[in-house]
Design a protein around this ligand. Structure first.
Ligand code: HEC
Length: 127
């Protein structure tokens, strides 16, 4: 068991951006990757995780870092959560309001939203 813990620590210490996400964040990644999520097009249909690739919405490759500086005084996790539950509350410069589905709070459970937030917080962050 000790050896397993040590291995996990080593893997997470040297993974850089490519370390696999675990736990709640892994659940969030699985949700993010679905082409259809609830009754909406899934996140992945509009958001690339490759840097600078714009689909309908912005790339989220660095959102785990960028989210902290989008709105003054709003921490990264709050910004990401609000981007999902109230997308038009803050519209990213260069993009139009009303393109992202507005009803995620009805399409997803609170736990599913938590999981997606946890996943997005890992993106662009050295792990
Ligand atoms: C139909 C296309 C579409 C879908 C589906 C969609 N989004 Fe978006 N999203 C957008 C657009 C367009 C923007 C930029 C305008 C804005 O800020 O609302 C955006 C903005 C965002 C932002 C803010 C990005 C930034 O850099 O500040 C986050 C975070 C986000 N979306 C997450 C999600 C997640 C998570 C899902 C799935 C649950 C999702 N989106 C589904 C189109 C979409």
């Amino acid at each position: 068991m000790k050896r397993l813990v040590a291995l996990v620590l080593i893997v997470s210490a040297c993974g850089g951006g490519s370390a696999p996400v675990t736990g709640l964040a892994a659940d969030g990644q699985a949700l993010f990757d679905q082409r259809v999520l609830g009754e909406n097009a899934g996140c992945v249909t509009c958001h690339s995780l490759r840097p600078d690739v714009v689909l309908v919405g912005p790339s989220l490759a660095r959102i785990g870092v960028d989210a902290a500086s989008r709105e003054p005084g709003v921490p990264a996790d709050d910004y990401i959560r609000r981007s999902i539950t109230n997308p038009d509350g803050y519209v990213l410069s260069g993009f139009d309001a009303g393109r992202m589905p507005q009803d995620w709070a009805e399409q997803l459970t609170p736990t599913e939203i938590d999981a997606i937030v946890e996943f997005l917080l890992t993106l662009g962050v050295d792990r």
